[in-house]
Write a protein that binds this ligand. Structure first.
Ligand SMILES: *[C@@H]1O[C@H](CO)[C@@H](O)[C@H](O)[C@H]1NC(C)=O
Ligand SMILES: *[C@@H]1O[C@H](CO)[C@@H](O)[C@H](O)[C@H]1NC(C)=O
Ligand SMILES: *[C@@H]1O[C@H](CO)[C@@H](O)[C@H](O)[C@H]1NC(C)=O
Ligand SMILES: *[C@@H]1O[C@H](CO)[C@@H](O)[C@H](O)[C@H]1NC(C)=O
Ligand SMILES: *[C@@H]1O[C@H](CO)[C@@H](O)[C@H](O)[C@H]1NC(C)=O
Ligand SMILES: *[C@@H]1O[C@H](CO)[C@@H](O)[C@H](O)[C@H]1NC(C)=O
Length: 352
């Protein structure tokens, strides 16, 4: 996929942007660099699932993301995010130096100023296919976006826009819960990646200039699927994830070739997760994430029994854990992933 020229261009752009990013990566808010704007995207449109949802699910009794202890780190109360705090969307917005885009749910309460950062259409629990009856699949999410074009967002608004397309595995957990056959999974993986391709094409055709699609994270390492003592990942699962990712890479290469521009970029969550597990944090030698596969919130997180007794236990310090619950990273986990990805992301996003 990478020609030498593209590689050289991205190295050059990375060099140009590394100064700007240095403050971000070290977590230092540097006002000195604040007003330098490279020609990076200034609007973020988000599609997908709980890895990117920042509060779209309306019925609060239906989602753990709206229940204690979700959100205890940020904003210190449940906010509809599936984490103790910020999620991928927040860290990507931060990297772009824009505010977290408003949720589709709150669009009617947002002023014009707030709408300028884009919009988040992601719903926890959803997939590219129907995985549940209560929230819209990605096709419907893109319909929502399309309906706003021409009134809320003009084509020129989209000229500096980025889409994040989060497909984190709900199609697979739903498939396995319905049919349970690992043997038939490869054929289904093809369908999921094909439908993802359809969605990517459509978002691009609607006018979004840059489209980022994360590689599938190592599902076999999620606490729910890892070994019982959280010591190791399920390699059967991860082999299937690698198959998904290899198909996705082919799709992105094909789309970039067809569009004659590098409009599509893969955010390599798969390798970034492993890098963070290995380093126990964003930097090698850190003491965080001592047992990286052990979640902070263990058990049936956010649920209480008939007597009101918690059906889960909470770790002392959520910043010490990579995973928040059985499926989702903590804020600190996401921060580390985006810190590892940071340099590459900026290079691929400002490339045009
Ligand atoms: C919200 O979800 C709960 C639990 O699934 C359900 O009983 C209730 O009817 C839902 N409320 C609305 C307004 O859909
Ligand atoms: C998405 O949901 C709609 C409404 O349920 C359905 O008609 C459509 O077939 C779904 N799309 C896919 C790709 O499954
Ligand atoms: C489950 O298997 C049946 C029969 O093979 C098939 O028709 C159905 O589509 C499968 N369900 C899913 C979610 O793939
Ligand atoms: C890995 O996951 C598969 C699918 O759920 C399961 O059949 C298998 O037993 C798991 N392997 C281990 C070592 O846990
Ligand atoms: C791009 O597509 C053309 C045909 O349209 C093909 O000849 C070429 O090999 C493709 N390049 C890559 C890198 O896939
Ligand atoms: C960053 O990009 C380089 C070159 O494309 C690649 O080899 C490396 O795996 C990427 N790292 C991450 C974390 O994505």
């Amino acid at each position: 996929m990478d020609s030498l020229i593209k590689l050289f261009a991205s190295l050059l752009l990375f060099f140009l942007s590394s100064l700007l990013l240095a403050g971000e990566i070290n977590g230092v808010e540097s006002s000195h660099h604040h007003h330098h704007h490279l020609y990076g995207p200034k609007k973020l449109f988000v599609f997908g699932d709980s890895y990117a949802d920042t509060g779209n699910i309306k019925n609060k009794s239906q989602a753990t993301s709206w229940k204690v202890p979700y959100g205890i780190t940020f904003p210190r109360k449940p906010s509809g995010r599936f984490s103790d705090g910020r999620v991928s969307t927040d860290f990507l917005a931060r990297l772009l130096r824009i505010k977290t885009p408003i949720t589709y749910l709150f669009k009617d309460y947002a002023g014009k100023k707030r709408l300028q950062y884009g919009m988040n259409f992601a719903y926890g629990g959803t997939g590219v296919f129907n995985t549940q009856s209560t929230s819209p699949n990605m096709t419907i999410q893109i319909d929502f976006f399309e309906q706003l074009l021409g009134n809320v967002y003009s084509q020129s608004d989209l000229s500096s826009s980025l889409a994040l397309v989060s497909v984190s595995g709900n199609d697979y957990s739903n498939y396995l819960s319905q049919n349970g056959s690992i043997a038939a999974l490869p054929a289904f993986i093809k369908q999921v990646v094909y439908q993802t391709e359809v969605n990517l094409r459509r978002i691009h055709a609607l006018g979004v200039k840059k489209i980022a699609v994360p590689s599938l994270q190592p599902l076999g390492c999620l606490p729910r699927y890892a070994s019982t003592s959280f010591q190791g990942c399920n390699e059967t699962f991860n082999a299937l994830v690698q198959y998904h990712n290899s198909l996705l890479e082919q799709v992105v290469a094909k789309l970039n070739n067809e569009t004659k521009q590098t409009a599509f970029a893969i955010f390599d969550y798969y390798n970034a997760f492993f890098t963070v597990f290995k380093n126990k944090g964003e930097n090698p030698g850190s003491r965080r994430f001592e047992t990286p596969l052990k979640p902070c919130c263990e058990g049936s997180c956010a649920n209480v029994d008939e007597k009101g007794v918690k059906m889960y236990t909470l770790c002392d310090d959520p910043t010490s854990a990579f995973f928040w619950d059985g499926l989702h990273p903590t804020q600190e986990g996401w921060k580390s992933v985006y810190s590892v990805l940071g340099k590459n992301l900026t290079a691929s996003l400002i490339k045009r």
